[in-house]
Design a protein around this ligand. Structure first.
Ligand code: TRH
Length: 383
């Protein structure tokens, strides 16, 4: 018997950047498209989302994109009729009025707090932990994304690897993708996506690329590390279609692509500097050489996150290449420009030697329960 779609409310408060919106929207799309759920994504600032999900109208009270209803919220004054599942993305919290409505419901929704992704060991023990909301006693659970079988896994769309491999078998697809962002690339150039946070380490890396023997085309999404690039280019910043060239480096400013096409951008690159949470995971699914720029935290807590990830990701990898990735990634996250420039040649040389390890890593992660499917199973078990 066909089951009525379960009604999900995903609540997202944008801290900054694009990842809060990016992760919440990716989850919402998967629940709607792959699981046939009825999904409303409540987002307090729809502008970042509109930049990566073109169908979202940031000025409208509601938009429907890929089967997801996107609405502005949560706001205390916004009436809320709870459905079957509430996902509090990244623990931003719900307005008291919303929690009261949930407590009054004949069947209170399954309430899940989706945590930020971390490779740190504590996520294993925190995953699926119950933590009733103190004021109402409403049941509430914590869902920890992660890289182990004891966590809630990672978002991965059905058929992603098959699409990736088909893309890779078709040179015209890469050519078309790079052309679509205005990037002209010679066959011998390394294409590097540069999606990092502002960092003093960037100019020395750009110098290393410019002074190197091999041509590098760095694709910089508009708005990324603008000041550092502005200073490095002496004010002659690149614009879409007008790369700034110095030595072996062509710095190409590219427009943001829709999230649905972000994977194709990664698959077209020879390496990527990715950041935060979502692009970080997508680079791993792409199995391209990458360095992760963790979201900087004032207390330096992100360094432990980087170390925990590198320990897991590089376990079992060939020693030399693994050390090169570790050194490059650590220098990037420490803002150590000279260290990053010095670590670039070994990182570049290590790319080929780690190809099998990157593929095995992605396959291992993909062999575990997928995050959206895990949430659906957990929620259904409690409805
Ligand atoms: O933008 P971010 O730095 O977001 C960060 C992280 O989510 C971090 O965990 C959070 O604490 C902080 O925000 C507040 O990096 P992230 O996570 O990679 O999100 C970027 C999103 O933008 C991702 O979904 C990919 C998408 N994107 C596109 O769709 N098109 C593009 O052209 C680019 C460059 C990104």
């Amino acid at each position: 018997m066909a089951r009525d779609p379960t009604r999900w409310d995903i609540v997202c408060r944008v801290v900054d950047n694009y990842g809060d919106a990016g992760v919440a929207f990716r989850l919402a799309r998967m629940l709607a498209i792959e699981h046939g759920e009825r999904v409303t994504l409540w987002i307090d600032d729809p502008v970042p989302l509109a930049r990566i999900a073109p169908g979202v109208d940031p000025l409208a009270a509601a938009s429907t994109v890929d089967g997801v209803t996107v609405r502005r919220g949560p706001a205390a004054g916004t009436p809320f009729e709870p459905g079957d599942v509430v996902i509090d993305a990244f623990g931003a919290g719900l307005p008291d009025g919303w929690v009261d409505a949930m407590a009054r419901a004949a069947r209170p929704p399954v309430w899940i707090v989706l945590e930020y992704l971390t490779a740190e060991p504590w996520a294993d023990g925190a995953h699926r932990r119950a933590s009733p909301e103190p004021r109402t006693g409403l049941a509430r659970w914590y869902w920890c994304p992660g890289f182990t079988a004891a966590t809630g896994g990672l978002l991965r769309e059905a058929g992603l690897f098959a699409r990736r491999d088909a893309f890779r078998r078709d040179p015209a697809a890469r050519k078309a993708t790079l052309a679509s962002v205005g990037a002209e690339v010679s066959p011998d150039a390394r294409v590097a996506l540069l999606f990092c946070y502002p960092t003093p380490a960037l100019p020395p890396l750009l110098d290393a690329w410019a002074d190197g023997d091999d041509p590098v085309v760095a694709l910089v999404p508009q708005g990324v590390a603008v000041d550092a690039i502005d200073r490095w280019a002496g004010g002659r910043v690149p614009h879409p279609g007008e790369p700034y060239v110095r030595g072996s480096l062509a710095l190409a400013s590219i427009p943001f692509v829709a999230q649905a096409g972000f994977d194709e951008l990664l698959w077209s690159c020879d390496l990527a500097i990715v950041r935060g949470e979502d692009s970080f995971v997508r680079a791993q699914w792409a199995t391209i050489p990458f360095a992760w720029h963790a979201y900087p935290q004032a207390d330096g807590a992100h360094h432990a996150k980087v170390a925990a990830f590198l320990d897991r990701h590089l376990a079992g990898a060939p020693t030399g290449p693994a050390a090169a990735v570790r050194r490059f990634t650590e220098a990037l996250n420490q803002g150590d420009g000279p260290g990053l420039a010095a670590a670039w040649p070994p990182f570049d040389r290590a790319r080929a030697g780690l190809a099998d390890h990157r593929r095995a890593w992605a396959e291992t992660l993909a062999s575990r329960p997928e995050l959206a499917a895990g949430l659906v199973e957990f929620a259904r078990g409690r409805l």
